[in-house]
Design a protein around this ligand. Sequence first.
Ligand code: GLV
Ligand code: MN
Length: 215
Amino acid sequence: MGGVGTVVVVVLLATAISAFANDPDMLQDVCVADHTSEILVNGFPCKSMSNVTAEDFFFTGISKPGKINNLLGSKVTGANVKGIPGLNTLGVSMARVDFGPYGLNPPHIHPRATEIIFVLEGELYVGFITTSNKFISKFIKAGEVFVFPKGLAHFQKNTSKKQTSVIAAFNSQFPGAQQFVASLFTSTPPVPNLVLAQSLNIDLHEAEAIRVGLN
Ligand code: GLV
Ligand code: MN
């Protein structure tokens, strides 16, 4: 193949890859998830149209603040395909995050989605880090919007004593979330202390102390 042919193939491949960079597009109007099925597909199998009702597309779970039950002082409530079966194959979802005084939604990534947040009430310090280690951060308040690009580490921190809440939207029916700081120390089976200590330039006892603190 000549030079021009190679360039065309590379451009076509790049286009195809970017076309599949988000949830795949649907092949029918609706495909309400059958969460009882044991069949494994990319997403969930569709339940019979005769059993589909408005309830499959309805959710009240983010109408009120979520109960904050962790030491970090924040609570994420998902509104994704797990709770709204009608979202299956549609490539979108939401979440609500509530923060107590100075609460933190700790650094995490969404492997399958970009996130956009709208601040319902309160004030936050938010940020993300690019793969070239540039830190982008901002103080935001009620009525304002901020975006966290797909796959990049990000966090949100309440900067005041006031109750603070955001609504988040994602371009995936199931964005996934990995709180990687905690994951390193709380996985099953555990990542060996040797690996953690060497990675963080700390000694084995310090690695074990962090593990105990997080478990
Ligand atoms: C906030 O970052 C969220 O993932 O809900
Ligand atoms: Mn997030």
